[in-house]
Write a protein that binds this ligand. Structure first.
Ligand code: GLN
Length: 197
């Protein structure tokens, strides 16, 4: 028998940052959210969200607890969604300053790219998700400077991608979990559903 009727189990990397808001958003989008803090907890998870927060802090934790390699393998084989610091972790290359990353998203990302004055802002703009303009909350956001040919840009700000999809990998430089609109989480839940079939 197929497993398509069991609810999707989607993990949220719960080391630091706003993972609780992502878990709530996933629940609203119809999935079962599972907090992940160790490699063993990736087992049986259909997809994973890497939340916003501080990418350097998450990176230090991953290295200290021997979790980096397992996470990298997981992200190369399953649907994953990185928001803000999570998008930085997924990128192929990180600048300002250079730091290690999981390298599964074909993108170059610059940290803290909007400067101190406008480091947090809300933008309402069109995206390729149906349903009209999307609210995007930016907090000390990175900028996606470049993407490879296999990356689709779903929304942009000032000509730079802010929401992208590369196969089953999604990344946003903003915080969709902080808005009430659940279209972005539903799009990820759909990607996870499609990958499980
Ligand atoms: N500035 C953070 C970093 O570089 C990201 C900010 C966020 O996730 N809201 O990791």
């Amino acid at each position: 028998m197929s497993q398509t009727h069991t609810p999707l189990r989607i993990g949220v990397l719960a080391i630091q940052g706003d993972y609780a808001a992502h878990a709530a958003a996933l629940t609203e989008a119809g999935a079962t959210a599972i907090e992940v803090r160790k490699p063993e907890e990736l087992e049986g998870i259909d997809g994973l969200i890497l939340p916003g927060g501080e990418s350097t802090t998450m990176l230090k934790f991953l290295e200290k607890h021997h979790f980096f390699d397992a996470l990298q393998i997981y992200c190369a084989r399953h649907p994953v969604f990185g928001t803000c610091a999570g998008a930085i972790l997924l990128a192929r290359e990180v600048r300002n300053p250079t730091q290690r990353s999981l390298g599964v998203l074909d993108a170059i990302v610059e940290r803290n790219a909007y400067g101190r004055q406008i480091d947090s802002s809300i933008l309402v703009a069109e995206s390729s998700l149906p349903g009209g303009p999307l609210e995007m909350v930016f907090i000390r956001a990175p900028r996606i400077l470049e993407v490879g040919p296999s990356v689709d840009v779903l929304a942009s700000r000032d000509g730079y991608p802010v929401l992208v999809k590369q196969g089953n990998i999604m990344a946003a430089t903003f915080h969709p979990e902080l808005s009430t609109d659940r279209r972005v989480h539903r799009a990820f839940v759909q990607a996870v559903t499609a990958a499980r079939r």
